[in-house]
Ligand binder design. Structure first.
Ligand code: F1P
Length: 599
């Protein structure tokens, strides 16, 4: 058999020589090397090409992919385990758990499948866990991700009194200690727990770094999971989907692939339990192919997506906001997309905001309304009307996100209110053949300079249609927010520079980035990073001898840590001088480019 052709465009990352020390989830994608200098339409095309990598088939001796035989087979096995629980739910639970985006998707999926159960008069059996609790659903809280004990405690709490638990731990980068702790606990209690691990790196690339007070690493847990998997006491699903468009931004393909895998598995289990449709290899594969079509159909709207990226980019460049006003689970995807902008791009919470019709009532999350935690937790349309609408102007971009099955007259009502303040109003709208609320939609179209409308053919199950809408919306919103921040100049090449350094994974990523961009040795980069974290030009010994957890704790609420460190490294200037440099040139890409030229 001929070996893989590494030189094919976009495939170099599969070569063993391409960024060999990095796992796939952290590598930089050759397709987006110049995304920071691209136009809105090129950005969208690059994102399309990156997303298409999710569905590429295994080539030669490369790693397993989404549609690989081994992946599909393991999905069938996990679906059968879920079916057993659905058929005999007494004292049983399916738990979905993760950190950041992975935890948010755990919430979305657990809520969605519990709703499906309610429709057939069954009690809910899905529970979700997100590191940092419900406030992490809508704000960035990376520190708890480093805590394996916390992971175990939250798992024990959710599973109290249960006799059989199918536990799904999600960590796109095979890296979160919170999830490793939970998997380790499951492996120690096989009488109750069957652990499933989902992530997007080959097993040997799992993170092998000890957390303080912890005897195992993610890597060692994956090894044990693989041993247990030989007797089906554990399952590992780890197709690679290619490096992210923005290096390490696992909210994008990692999140989409998580959603695809779990929806296919759990839908198959539901169909087997409630409609007597056997779980088959062919059925699983067909469902996966539906998502490929969904992505293609979405990106066929390149022009409309480009218009949204341009509008959103313009708003962010003028220091104004992008606001998502959504209905149903599409609104939850909008809330998720908005909440990810802070850790990914160093955004202020007001930059990109999401609002959901019905607020916390619609979400039905574990901890109920979080409104009292602060203004960023006001997520209902009423919150939008009270706190956002009064100051809205034509430089803000507003997106209406809905489907024909939502209350379109409500959409029109809100559109009219927004239109009184700004003409910069756009619609992202899904409909299926034959279900067109034509006159209301015409009225909405008249209020919007651009409408992204996708018409889907009605599949056998309404649930499948909904999942297609959701993935499609996720791809569009990820493109809008990522594209807008690229246009704002927050990305250098394809790296997030103005990132948060609030857990050990992000700390290591920041150090690596500084090394790559400055060419300085690791100890100097770490020193510069710490100076920026602690805002000191000279570091006392008690700081340099502290551990990473102390540093990441100190980095909470700090801004521009990595850009400051980079300016200091490249110019040898003080922190105060670096700050003033960044003040004069707030576009990080330009600031870095100027200094790189000077260096
Ligand atoms: C979890 C995660 C990401 C987030 C950021 C920090 O990653 O919270 O969702 O975007 O990178 O880590 P993982 O455990 O799913 O790899």
């Amino acid at each position: 058999m001929a070996g893989p052709d590494w030189n094919r465009t976009g495939w170099e990352w599969e070569s063993p020589d391409y960024e060999p020390t990095l796992p796939v989830s952290e590598k930089s994608n050759p397709l987006t090397r110049d995304i920071d200098r691209a136009s809105a339409s090129s950005i969208v095309k690059m994102l399309q090409a990156c997303d298409a990598q999710m569905f590429q088939e295994e080539a030669g001796r490369s790693c397993q992919r989404l549609l690989s035989d081994q992946v599909v087979t393991t999905m069938m096995e996990v679906a059968k385990r879920a079916e057993l629980i659905l058929k005999d739910p007494e004292d049983s639970l399916v738990v979905l758990s993760g950190c950041g985006t992975s935890g948010r998707l755990a919430f979305l999926l657990a809520s969605g499948f519990n709703k499906e159960l309610r429709k057939v008069n069954q009690s809910p059996i899905y529970a979700y866990i997100i590191a940092g609790g419900d406030r992490a659903l809508f704000s960035s809280r990376e520190a708890p991700e480093d805590d394996p004990q916390l992971g175990v405690l939250s798992l024990q709490k959710v599973c109290e009194g249960k006799k059989r638990v199918l536990f799904v731990g999600i960590s796109c980068g095979f890296s979160a200690p919170f999830v490793a702790g939970q998997l380790d606990f499951c492996l120690q209690h096989p009488d109750v727990y069957t652990p499933v691990l989902i992530g997007f790196n080959p097993a040997h690339q799992a993170r092998d770094e000890h957390m303080p007070g912890c005897s195992f690493t993610f890597y060692s847990v994956v090894q044990r999971m693989q041993e247990f998997a030989t007797s089906q006491k554990a399952f590992v699903i780890n197709p690679v989907v290619g490096p992210e468009a923005i290096s390490g931004s696992s909210r994008m393909k990692g999140g989409s692939a998580t959603k695809i895998l779990l929806e296919v598995i759990l839908s198959a289990a539901h169909a087997a339990t409630f409609s007597h449709t056997a779980i088959t290899y062919k059925g699983i594969l067909q469902h996966m192919r539906v998502y490929e079509t969904t992505a293609n159909k979405t990106y066929a709207q390149t022009e409309a997506i480009t218009a949204l990226v341009e509008a959103a980019g313009q708003s962010l460049r003028s220091g104004r906001s992008v606001c998502y006003l959504g209905w149903g689970s599409l609104a939850l995807l909008a809330l998720i997309d908005a909440s990810e902008c802070h850790p990914t791009f160093g955004a202020a919470y007001k930059d990109v905001r999401g609002f959901i019709s019905g607020g916390y009532r619609e979400l039905n999350n574990n901890e109920g309304a979080l409104t009292l935690l602060g203004p960023e937790f006001g997520i209902s349309h009423e919150d939008f009307l009270h706190s956002f609408l009064p100051s809205l102007n034509e430089q803000d971009t507003v997106l209406l996100i809905y489907t024909h099955s939502d209350d379109v007259s409500e959409v029109l009502k809100l559109a009219r209110r927004v239109r009184e303040k700004t003409p910069n109003l756009h619609a992202v709208y899904h409909q299926s053949d034959g279900d067109i609320a034509a006159s209301l939609q015409d009225d909405i179209n008249k209020l919007c300079p651009s409408t992204l409308k996708i018409t889907w053919s009605t599949p056998a199950s309404g649930c499948l249609l909904h999942m297609q809408w959701e993935l499609s919306t996720k791809l569009v919103l990820n493109a809008v927010s990522t594209g807008a921040y690229v246009l704002k100049g927050k990305i250098y090449q394809n790296h997030m520079i103005d990132m948060q350094v609030t857990n050990s994974k992000l700390y290591r990523r920041a150090k690596r980035l500084l090394q790559k961009l400055s060419g300085c040795p690791e100890p100097r980069c770490e020193e510069a990073l710490l100076k920026a974290v602690y805002q000191m030009d000279k570091l006392p010994k008690d700081i340099t001898s502290s551990d990473v957890t102390t540093h990441t704790g100190a980095a909470t609420n700090r801004t521009q840590v990595v850009p400051l460190a980079l300016v200091c490294l490249l110019t040898g200037c003080s922190l105060t001088e670096a700050k003033s440099h960044l003040k004069q040139q707030p576009i990080i890409r330009e600031a870095v480019a100027v200094i790189m030229d000077m260096a």
